[in-house]
Write a protein that binds this ligand. Structure first.
Ligand SMILES: *Cc1c(COP(=O)(O)O)cnc(C)c1O
Length: 388
């Protein structure tokens, strides 16, 4: 990969992320195989975990994804405006005046209380349409959803709705990626208890019962029901260090830049803001055009490493908004050399993982991915095209 990346406005920027669509396909298929006969709803919130909302949506639709999941109305509308016609569930809470927009764009709504369901039914009646709805049950997350112990009220109200198509019912785990699964088991039992409402009345449950996020996809086969909601696992990253890696996936995203400046720094000449780092001997230092303004956390100053020419080197001094400096001691590097911030370095097996970046930044891999700014160009490749 030696071409600079050109963004939609024609500007060449050497800092970009590479999204490997072949890997995305492999991860999707691996999850599909593991959960069958349940199907897979790819979760595309937060710009598809930084991978690019519309591009990832198009790709998973081409793989046959039966349903897409996003967090917010705006994300759903962006997908519709991009011409995506697959069913889309908006997982987050809704505000009453948003309902007509959901219906206009044929987005599936999360009904998390009797009041919201009533608002949806009324808006659908006024617009003369049928609202697609999934009922949200809170089994222990205490975020949104009707509590499991009063869920019957919502399920009964849903039976009376004339302008809603109650297509699904779902819940969400608070602790499915831990080594101890007691809390997740309790949530699963509560969800099953809620679902028994239908059986006890001789009614079929809504056709899409779903509960599993990545942790539960890996660790709780009993929670797969009709569909699973695959987020971080689809992107090839495990939700935690403690989770059982029962499905093999590989990272989809790499983040790269290039050397823009090379210099020799004399002993006792500090580098960057605050002069927090200096060497007692002469070193070669390169500057890379990426910083916290791109989502490369400033908190990683003094901890982060990058890969240049197949070798790891430390980021030195404070990470700036748009630039950072790397100490290559007395090795060689040239302007325009590739700098790997995250992912594999072409041709070598030195890699920087999302988990490492998370450790350096004192956060979780989810935040590393979703924090990568839209200022960074995104390049979509398939393995066939990949060179070097
Ligand atoms: C984000 C989210 C998911 C996906 O979670 P992962 O841990 O990334 O798999 C699933 N369901 C809901 C409701 C979510 O908000």
């Amino acid at each position: 990969m030696n071409e600079p990346t050109i963004s939609s406005n024609g500007v060449v920027r050497p800092t970009y992320i590479e999204v490997n669509l072949t890997r995305l396909t492999e991860n999707y298929r691996a999850i599909e195989r593991a959960v069958a006969p349940a199907t897979v709803m790819p979760i595309l919130k937060a710009n598809a975990y930084g991978h690019g909302l519309v591009e990832v949506a198009r790709h998973v639709v081409s793989l046959g994804a039966p349903y897409l999941g996003v967090a917010f109305l705006e994300e759903g509308i962006l997908l519709r405006e991009a011409g995506i016609t697959a069913p889309i569930l908006v997982l987050g809470g809704i505000i009453g005046n948003q309902v007509p927009l959901f219906l206009q764009h044929d987005l599936t709504l999360t009904a998390s209380s009797v009041e919201k369901l009533t608002q949806i039914d009324r808006a659908a009646a006024e617009m003369g349409v049928r609202a697609k709805v999934h009922l949200k049950i809170d089994t222990g997350m205490e975020r949104i959803g009707v509590h499991y112990y009063s869920a019957d009220l919502l399920l009964e109200a849903a039976l009376r709705c004339e302008h809603c198509l109650v297509e699904g019912i779902f819940s969400h785990f608070a602790n499915a990626d831990t080594a101890v699964l007691q809390s997740a088991q309790t949530q699963l039992e509560r969800f099953n208890q809620v679902l028994s409402f239908y059986e006890s009345r001789g009614l079929p449950p809504p056709p899409l019962r779903h509960m599993a996020n990545s942790g539960a996809i890996l660790q709780l086969p009993g929670s797969h029901f009709d569909m699973v909601r695959a987020g971080i696992l689809l992107y090839g990253v495990y939700p935690s260090d403690d989770v059982a890696k029962t499905i093999a996936v590989r990272p989809v995203l790499s983040w790269k830049s290039r050397v823009v400046y090379f210099k020799v720094v004399l002993p006792n000449h500090p580098v960057s803001y605050g002069s927090t780092w200096q060497s007692d001997h002469m070193v070669r230092v390169v500057t890379v055009p990426v910083g916290y303004g791109d989502g490369y956390f400033r908190r990683m100053s003094g901890r982060a490493q990058v890969v240049i020419r197949g070798k790891r080197y430390p980021v030195i001094g404070r990470i700036c908004m748009d630039q950072l400096m790397v100490n290559i001691e007395w090795d060689s590097a040239y302007n325009n050399d590739e700098v790997v911030l995250l992912g594999e370095s072409g041709g070598s097996n030195v890699a920087i993982t999302c988990e490492e970046l998370a450790e350096w930044a004192g956060t979780i891999p989810y935040e590393i991915l979703t924090n990568i700014n839209t200022r960074v160009s995104r390049l979509y490749i398939t393995e066939k095209e990949k060179r070097g």
